[in-house]
Design a protein around this ligand. Structure first.
Ligand code: SAH
Length: 220
């Protein structure tokens, strides 16, 4: 199965998601390079075997350990918000399946990704290695602390919801850098938030869209 039709349908669904949320996000299209990355990364390889046919539906899917692979539209939007270039160094918190990391790897020089659940971290590392993504490094640790040895980062994407921006992540964001993070408590309102840091180190936050993410959990 190559799932070409399903993949095109997913792209169309992302484009209609973008159109439907234009008033909130201020975007009527995403960077074509982001859409190209979504086309290129085989989403079916990141979901459990028995869910391959559902991999392209524009929704989140369960991937075990109470976690989910995020909705394609949200993955694309968060990637777009980072405005990456070929030189960018990116940090992801919440590797999960590795899908978002694989998308980021198409648009950045190097991706670092942290997952706190050892089984997910191990499976993602193996999958990304077998699939030949060479510019992604993963580790199993507490994302609240970031990855200081590899900082500062041009972009940070957090794929679990935190009650507030973790201070270590803010610190590890480069001046001129951008962070996309869902802020809010589990099962209550969460706001996908864009945090920008200017060249003087002054930060600003922008509300983008209401979202529903699994919680960011402190500690491993
Ligand atoms: N980006 C993933 C989906 C993320 S689901 C993908 O593309 O498949 C959110 C993930 O964040 C879960 O795997 C969860 O275990 C992880 N997580 C939650 N709190 C964390 C923390 N403090 N540090 C690192 N990972 C965390």
């Amino acid at each position: 199965m190559t799932y070409e039709r399903e993949r095109e349908q997913m792209i169309a669904d992302i484009e209609s998601g973008v159109a439907l949320t234009r008033a909130m996000t201020g975007r009527d299209h995403l960077d074509p390079r982001v859409m190209e990355a979504v086309r290129r990364v085989p989403r079916e390889e990141f979901v459990p075997d028995n869910m391959r046919a559902s991999a392209f539906r524009d929704g989140a899917l369960p991937v075990g350990h109470g976690q989910t692979i995020s909705q394609p539209y949200i993955v694309a939007l968060m990637t777009d918000l980072l405005e990456l270039s070929d030189d960018s160094i990116v940090l992801e918190i919440g590797t999960g399946t590795g899908y978002q990391a694989a998308i980021l790897s198409q648009l950045a020089r190097q991706v670092y990704s942290i997952e706190r659940i050892p089984e997910l971290a191990r499976a993602a590392q193996q999958r990304l290695g077998e699939m030949g993504y060479e510019n992604i490094e993963t580790r199993c640790s507490d994302g609240y602390l970031g990855w200081p040895e590899k900082s500062p980062f041009d972009g940070i994407v957090v794929t679990a919801a935190a009650p507030e921006v973790p201070p270590a992540l803010l610190e590890q964001l480069k001046p001129g850098g951008r962070m996309a993070i869902p802020i809010g408590l589990p099962y209550s309102h969460q706001e996908l938030t864009l945090v920008t840091k200017d060249s003087q180190g002054k930060t600003d936050t922008h509300d983008i869209l209401g979202v529903a993410f699994v919680p960011m959990v402190e500690g491993v």
